[in-house]
Ligand binder design. Structure first.
Ligand SMILES: Nc1ncnc2c1ncn2[C@@H]1O[C@H](COP(=O)(O)OP(=O)(O)OP(=O)(O)O)[C@@H](O)[C@H]1O
Length: 292
């Protein structure tokens, strides 16, 4: 089943076209990353998908429904973590969750939600005393309260320390394994690469790259880099390279094979390829090439 279907979506803010006719689909149970620089249109897209804003053009289906006209039905089945959480600073973590539980149909038990979000130890702390990363965790606990079929996570791990981020990744993966669809935005490309099985990169309101994460990256060339040995003319090397400062960079579909070729060539001349680095394409490479 398709959880999210977006076709030709357009959305303007006061005459400024923030989203310019984008299309993508997210199957049920998938973790999908919506990526792009600041202002690319990610939050606008999520706000339309969550039913907070009406699309100006195109069609949007969320869990088979129109998120704007069928808002109540969509809300019941979705959890959302937006960038700016509106908490009451004088409530404790437990009181905040209890307040939200009152508005949620068939909510998870409070302690289960706090446990999932890694906040069990902060139950009695006032919201104003939480760190930035802990506030994100509280947001996650609230998004998970209604056992949603679909989760919108707008920069969920911003401000989290590495351990909290790792725990959040585990929670997200477990939820997806149980069938929850997750649409995620993040500026941490490594996070997106590790978590998401598909992605779209937005740039100034348009999709500039999209597809299955593993396939898209596998189709791109990898990179071998090393310090160019003294007195070696790059033209003598067995493979074409570009030289950036003292570093020679070779782009290759099979970077392991390219590294072997270069090492064999160097060994035959008694040379060392200092600082040799071999890597397949990363999402960051793709992002930097795609988003202007
Ligand atoms: N309510 C609004 N009124 C006017 N312009 C807006 C409004 N909301 C967003 N915009 C503009 O629309 C564009 C897209 O914003 P959006 O928040 O969707 O980007 P984003 O990709 O989520 O960015 P970020 O990574 O910074 O969160 C930006 O140029 C922004 O200034």
């Amino acid at each position: 089943m398709t959880a999210i279907e977006v076709t030709g979506l357009r959305k303007s803010h006061q005459g400024f076209e923030a989203v310019k006719g984008i299309s993508f689909e997210v199957p049920q149970g998938q973790i999908f990353a919506l990526l792009g620089r600041n202002g690319a249109g990610k939050t606008t897209t999520i706000e339309v998908l969550a039913g907070f804003q009406r699309a100006d053009g195109g069609t949007v289906r969320v869990l088979g429904l129109d998120p704007y006209t069928d808002r109540a039905a969509v809300r019941q089945r979705t959890g959302i973590m937006l960038q700016e959480a509106g908490f009451f600073p004088d409530l404790t973590v437990a009181q905040t969750v209890d307040t939200w539980r009152d508005f949620t149909a068939a909510p998870r038990p409070r302690d289960e939600a706090l446990e999932l979000a890694g906040l069990a130890g902060r139950r009695d702390t006032k919201v104003r005393q939480l760190s930035g990363g802990e506030k994100r965790r509280l947001d996650l606990a609230l998004a998970l309260l209604g056992r949603p079929d679909l989760l919108f996570l707008d920069e969920p791990t911003t401000g989290m320390d590495p351990e909290a981020r790792g725990n959040t990744w585990t929670v997200i993966r477990d939820l997806a394994r149980q069938g929850t669809t997750i649409l995620l935005t993040t500026h941490y490309l490594e996070e997106a690469q590790r978590l998401a099985s598909a992605m779209a990169i937005l740039d100034a309101g348009e999709i500039v790259a999209a597809g299955d994460m593993a396939e898209t990256l596998a189709a791109r060339s990898g990179r071998v880099a090393f310090r160019l040995p003294a007195n070696v003319d790059p033209a003598e090397l067995p493979l074409p390279v570009t030289v950036e400062g003292q570093t020679a960079v070779c782009r290759a579909d099979d970077p392991d094979l390219a590294a072997q070729t270069l090492l064999t060539w160097a060994a035959g001349r008694g040379l060392r390829l200092a600082g040799l680095e071999v890597r397949t394409a990363t999402l960051e490479d793709l992002f930097l090439e795609s988003a202007r």
